[in-house]
Ligand binder design. Structure first.
Ligand code: IMP
Ligand code: MG
Length: 177
């Protein structure tokens, strides 16, 4: 299949729409059996997760709420470095079974910084569903419970993931050549 050029970079087809659909059906089946009677709240992290989240929740067959938040990073004034804050987190999370939905865990830095804010709100449980992980790139202690695909440490675009703002609407996953 054809390559795609975004800015000056060339990307080749990597994971097909069919393979993605099959994998998501399997993750959704696991989630459905684990969350029966738990009324989970899916919390998608924008922008990257919007397509994965949309496909995943439509395969889940237990009652669930779905919401999205955006994360903003600020350069900390102290040695703690970047602070990550949720924008648009309006739900009461206390006592809820959360499933955080991410596009990719790369170094793990984003989730590592964000999770304390979630735990502060005293949810009953927190699980992480991520479309992709790059195990070789992981630098922080973040573990996903539901993983679409473990991939090598190469840049990918499509299926929600962007390169410099573009490529999110590609229906399948492409990898940098
Ligand atoms: P982390 O904080 O290092 O885990 O990075 C997570 C964020 O980096 C993701 O939510 C993506 O926005 C971005 N990212 C990491 N790797 C890729 C990639 O291969 N393609 C597109 N975005 C990526
Ligand atoms: Mg991005």
């Amino acid at each position: 299949m054809a390559t795609v050029t975004i800015h000056d970079k060339v990307f080749a087809p990597f994971i097909s729409r069919e393979a993605i659909s099959e994998r998501i059906a399997s993750l959704a089946a696991q989630i459905s059996s684990a969350y029966r009677d738990k009324n989970p709240l899916f919390l998608g992290i924008l922008n990257g997760s919007f397509i994965f989240a949309a496909d995943l929740v439509r395969e889940v067959n237990v009652p669930a709420e779905i919401s999205f938040i955006k994360l903003a990073s600020y350069k900390g004034t102290t040695s703690t470095g970047n602070v990550v804050t949720a924008i648009g987190l309006e739900e009461n999370l206390a006592g809820r079974h959360l499933i955080i939905v991410e596009d990719i865990i790369d170094t793990g830095k984003t989730l590592h910084a964000f999770l304390p804010e979630i735990y502060q709100r005293q949810p009953a449980s927190v699980a992480i569903a991520t479309f992709l992980t790059k195990p070789v790139a992981l630098k922080y202690d973040v573990k996903a419970d539901y993983i679409g695909f473990e991939i090598e440490d190469k840049f990918v675009v499509g299926y929600g993931l962007d390169f410099d703002g573009y490529g999110r609407n590609l229906p399948e996953l492409y990898q940098l050549v």
